[in-house]
Design a binder for this molecule. Structure first.
Ligand code: GLV
Length: 331
């Protein structure tokens, strides 16, 4: 509506966006950034979700993803759906084959989060090697005057770092760790012609030749539980794993076992198999640094994300333009 237009806003006329549960951008910033839309908040309804969706089935053309999985069942209840916008980089919570089959368009975070996630990956690694969290707790508990010296850490420079998944997050991690004097190698679906880092097609071989593995890839059928005990044993007793991808890429039970039994040197984990639940055995281990899946959460990036989400909805629902961050659903 133009600035000089003084018609009353009729919210029923605004393009509608369904949200099943509030995603982090709404938890932090409410829904003001979607003020040009009518936001249909399923979680505010007293009705069971399937009844609520059945009532709105015909009118819902666009959906903003929440932490909830977008399953085939939910998609079936939304026959008019044409667009899914997710504020995530990962797509593992969306039934992609079904979206592809129905021709539903998807927009995601693209590389909006990559720098922040890479910062946390490096932060977790430095914390594990230099024991920052553990030293903090040592001081706070008043142990410095009584126990004296704090154990030695391990130097970051010179370490051989294997990056699992050299997408935009992996490349940001590589750039940062190269500046710290680390030696970078990577494994990926395919060798990247535009980088000179050594490429490994086998993760076990990458682990054998590395001191650290940083898991940056997305969760797919191929990467599910790809980091298993074989990989951990190949990395060795001093080896460190950092995970900023998805919990399910690592066999968590085996990771816990290797850490508890001293078969792995340490871990920095931002993601877990069964979030928000974290295996309690890890709480007692100083060589493990834990973070509540917050690698992407900076105020600056969340604001950029609100803009991207809004821009995608505006492009599709209002101005009939191409999506700003479309996901290519390859066959
Ligand atoms: O985990 C965060 C994301 O996928 O964006």
């Amino acid at each position: 509506m133009a600035a000089h237009d003084n018609r009353q806003v009729n919210h029923k006329e605004l393009p509608q966006i369904l949200v099943l549960e509030p995603p982090p951008i709404m938890i932090f910033y409410g829904d003001q950034f979607l003020k040009n839309f009518r936001v249909l908040k399923a979680w505010e309804s007293q009705l069971p979700l399937d009844q609520f969706l059945t009532i709105h089935a015909k009118s819902v053309q666009a959906l903003l993803m929440s932490p909830r999985q977008l399953t085939t069942n939910i998609l079936q209840l939304l026959p008019s759906l044409q667009l899914v916008v997710t504020a995530s980089a990962g797509l593992d919570h969306i039934d992609l084959p079904e979206c592809r089959r129905r021709g539903i368009s998807i927009a995601n975070a693209n590389d909006t989060y990559s720098e922040d996630v890479a910062d946390i990956a490096v932060g977790l690694l430095i914390d594990v090697f230099r024991k920052i969290s553990s030293a903090d707790s040592f001081v706070r508990k008043g142990l410095w005057p009584t126990k004296g010296d704090f154990p030695l850490g391990s130097k970051l420079g010179g370490k051989r770092v294997g990056i699992v998944g050299l997408g935009s997050i992996g490349q940001e991690v590589a750039k940062r760790l190269q500046a710290f004097g680390c030696r970078i190698s990577y494994s990926s679906r395919n060798k990247k012609p535009y980088v000179s880092y050594p490429f490994y097609s086998s993760v076990v071989q990458l682990a054998t030749d590395s001191d650290v593995l940083i898991v940056c890839c997305s969760l797919t059928q191929q990467t599910h539980q790809m980091i298993n005990k074989d990989v951990m044993l190949a990395l060795g007793m001093e080896g460190v794993i950092v995970n900023v991808g998805r919990g399910e890429i690592i066999k968590e039970e085996e990771l816990v076992q290797c850490l508890v039994q001293g078969e792995l040197g340490g871990a920095g984990l931002d993601v877990f198999e069964n979030e928000p639940n974290v295996p309690e055995e890890l709480f007692a281990l100083d060589k493990v640094v834990l973070s509540p899946h917050r690698a992407a959460h900076t105020a600056e990036t969340m604001i950029a994300m609100c803009e991207l989400v809004k821009g995608n909805f505006e492009a599709f629902l209002i101005s009939n333009k191409p999506l700003l961050s479309p996901v290519a659903l390859n066959n």
